[in-house]
Design a protein around this ligand. Sequence first.
Ligand code: NI
Ligand code: MN
Length: 228
Amino acid sequence: MLTIRYLGHSAFALNDGSREVLVDPFLTGNPLAAAKQEEFNPVAILLTHAHNDHVGDTVEIAKRSGATTISTFELGGYLESQGVNAIAGNHGGTLKFDGGTAKIVPAWHTSSYSTPDGVVAPGVPAGLVVRFGGKTIYFAGDTCLFGDMALIGEEGLDIAVIPIGDHFTMGPADAVRALKLLKPAVAIPCHYNTFPPIEQDAQAFAREAQEKAGVKVEALKPGESYSV
Ligand code: NI
Ligand code: MN
């Protein structure tokens, strides 16, 4: 059993009935945040890339809860330097956490983590194929459309979490094309309406996805959950 709760922007909380896992927990400073970082006590924090709107509250939550972070190599090195228990891999690798696994897959984007002292964690962005609670969930992270999503679709996706905001990632039209390749049972859109350049109509996207890709979309509002 799996419950996925949308926390706003690209932040999600997964629960398998006994364990909590966070994905890209950008809560402090997130205009759409549906929760505060203090509310979470995860066993793992899964990160798609180093951008500040994805790493978010990771260091605070991980140090307080003892959660293990899962990320690509350079970001993991930075998190470790901050006192976090980090597991760092790279594309193609499947990393284990308490109760599940995350396979690191490609994403077309950039990756950097900015602090007042400058950029501290360059590296590469990723998507994640997560197996948790008996389900397979693809977190595309920030990415454009790319043809190898067809290979990711062969993993057999119960849920695909994909960006639709445009400007920094694919927009709704390319997200519909992505769903034709990914063929998930259900899609959940993210990375939209947080800031003016990424305002989108999720209901219009849901209709297009059903009509053109035959995929059901659960357009969760921040704070809402979906269970499978
Ligand atoms: Ni990004
Ligand atoms: Mn982003």
